[in-house]
Design a protein around this ligand. Structure first.
Ligand code: SAM
Ligand code: SF4
Ligand code: SF4
Length: 342
């Protein structure tokens, strides 16, 4: 398999999380017949491929269960990113009965902190209820399904990580701690200018990110050390993206963070479909290559020189300012180290 199909099946969400860049998105959701045609084409090109149902809140899409069934029929692996607050017995059954191998959800600390961050009272309890339900189905049917909690690398984690670990241990969940993607206003401006210069359109996705963080580099390092110590006991805490200590300090301290020695192969390895059918470069760069309402994936991606040339340039380290605090940005040094091992 070469490319994962990342499908933003809806732009609706029942939350308004402080840090979420997509709060203002208003795309029109796709019709099922368009999705059906596109997924069938994908399965032909990438037999045994993988689709990721994502974006804002995929459980709000009327196409959620039909897509699980279709992808399963086509022998595709399915991964879901959801806040899990809307899981019901019928959705859990559909997850268990189809090829879903992975679900990621988000918990942002204690009940009070979580509800405050997502701006909905009762949100924490709704997600916990959803996770308990899904875990009970997973156990009952002995289903091989990874359920992961993602939480943000924030100052308060120093105080509340134990409550998150109690939960992940109790419900047999894996844990990812994700670095906060934040972009100071100068970087937002520079990103807009460079995209306009390079691709000739105004891209304001970066404006949706927070422009500050509650941690400085020193505090970030202290938090990372705490997590490393806890990992001696828990083993399964993943911090993402994996950064060297100096990269971590610069992620939280440096307000420029451009022209560093990084690369990205995310778009070489995936296809990003927006809820309105636009096929964009990645989650955070709206450069559009076509629309699946009236074009095929072969035309837009596989046989598109422009798309493949841009992917190559990012693989070669020609990045944009938004890239340097992106979860998909990779360190060159690590790539070379990995290659040496092979
Ligand atoms: C965009 S959400 C989509 C799935 C689902 N709605 C959810 O919240 O889990 C995917 C993940 O991105 C994380 N996220 C949102 N804004 C972020 C930011 N600025 N930096 C890092 N992660 C962020 C969320 O916490 C969530 O875990
Ligand atoms: S639940 Fe997910 S998509 Fe919705 S606002 Fe929060 S981070 Fe964004
Ligand atoms: S590193 Fe840049 S190109 Fe890669 S996914 Fe992030 S924003 Fe997109």
């Amino acid at each position: 398999m070469n490319k994962v199909l990342r499908l933003e099946i809806t732009d609706k969400c029942n939350y308004r999380c402080d840090m979420c860049w997509s709060k203002k998105w208003k795309h029109k959701d796709l019709e099922y017949f368009v999705l059906e045609k596109m997924i069938a084409e994908y399965a032909k090109i990438e037999p045994n491929g993988c689709i990721v149902l994502t974006s804002r809140e995929p459980l709000l899409s009327k196409n959620f269960i039909p897509i699980l069934e279709l992808a399963t029929k086509l022998n595709l692996d399915i991964k879901v990113l959801s806040n899990c607050s809307l899981l019901s017995p019928s959705i859990c059954e559909a997850i268990i009965n189809n090829n879903v191998s992975f679900i990621s959800t988000s918990i942002h600390g204690t009940r009070e902190e979580h509800d405050e961050i997502v701006h909905v009272k009762g949100a924490y309890d709704a997600t916990i209820k959803g996770l308990e339900l899904l875990n009970s189905y997973r156990k009952k049917y002995n289903k091989n399904l990874e359920i992961r909690v993602t939480t943000l690398f924030r100052k308060s984690l120093l105080n509340n990580i134990n409550s998150i670990l109690d939960l992940t241990t109790k419900l047999d969940l894996t844990l990812r701690i994700q670095h906060m993607m934040w972009h100071p206003v100068e970087i937002q401006k520079l990103n807009r200018e460079l995209i306009n210069e390079k691709y000739g359109y105004v891209d304001d996705i970066i404006d949706g990110f927070p422009n500050k963080t509650d941690l400085n580099g020193k505090e970030a390092l202290k938090l990372l050390k705490t997590i490393r110590d806890l990992n001696k006991e828990y083993h399964n805490i993943q911090v993402y993206p994996e950064l060297y200590d100096d990269e971590l300090i610069s992620w939280y301290d440096d307000t420029t963070r451009v022209n560093k020695n990084n690369y990205c192969d995310h778009s070489s390895n995936s296809i990003r479909i927006r809820a309105n059918g636009d096929v964009t470069f990645c989650q955070y760069i709206d450069k559009t290559f076509g629309n699946i309402n009236n074009q095929t994936l072969d035309e837009i991606i596989y046989n598109n020189k422009e798309y493949n040339d841009i992917c190559k340039s990012f693989e070669n380290g020609e990045m944009l300012p938004i890239c340097y605090r992106c979860c998909h940005c990779r360190s060159k040094i690590k790539k070379f180290k990995n290659n040496e091992k092979i």
